[in-house]
Design a protein. Structure first.
Length: 207
């Protein structure tokens, strides 16, 4: 068996051009040396994210490739594609981006894996942008609750906080916002809040 790090590196650099509309689709894959350095840095700077990446890579077949890219514009950290590729803007691993600490990067990562799960389980004809985003948020909540069950509440608390913040956006052209506006009104969201209140140490922001 190949060492995990070299497997991840192969995942991160074997990029093939893809047709997709997201901005990250036009981004340029970084070279192997850059990808290696960024992944190595993430083991120190974002250890929870790196652990989540290893877990998914070992336990799932959903993630076929993680492609580290350098995007001209900063349009957010990541994007997922129906062929099992997740693209991650290498800047988010190279240096801390505002609002994206290790906990948030775990949430982002599981959000993208949630998209891959949606692509795998929902036929093309039945997919909608809103349901796709909702599935991704739901998946990240489920996965980060597993982490909380195992003793680390940070990612779940970060996810709940940023989902509520983003739901307050008025940008209804964004399916993330539309999905969140209904999610935060629903009992499932309140259940996660209640879980945090009962099982997690209170965070500085009330989550
Ligand atoms: Zn999404």
């Amino acid at each position: 068996m190949k060492p995990l790090f070299s497997t991840l590196l192969a995942l991160a650099t074997s990029a093939a051009p893809l047709a997709a509309s997201a901005q990250l689709a036009q981004a340029t894959p970084v070279d192997t040396v850059t990808a290696r350095a960024a992944l190595l840095a993430s083991t120190r700077q974002y250890p929870k994210f790196y652990r989540a990446l290893c877990t998914v890579q070992q336990q799932h077949t959903l993630l076929r490739k993680l492609v580290l890219v350098r995007n001209g514009r900063n349009d957010g950290p990541a994007a997922a594609f129906p062929n099992g590729v997740v693209r991650l803007d290498v800047r988010y691993l190279e240096s801390p981006q505002p609002g994206f600490d290790d906990n948030r990067m775990v949430v982002v990562f599981y959000h993208e894996i949630g998209h891959l799960h949606y692509f795998r389980t929902v036929p093309v004809a039945r997919r909608t942008a809103d349901a796709n985003e909702r599935a991704a948020f739901d998946y990240s909540l489920q996965m980060t609750q597993h982490l909380a069950d195992a003793g680390d509440c940070g990612p779940l608390q970060a996810g709940l906080r940023f989902m509520l913040l983003r739901s307050q956006s008025s940008n209804l052209a964004d399916p993330h916002v539309r999905a969140l506006q209904s999610l935060v009104q629903e009992p499932a969201y309140a259940d996660y809040r209640r879980y945090v209140a009962q099982h997690c140490p209170p965070g500085p922001t009330g989550f």
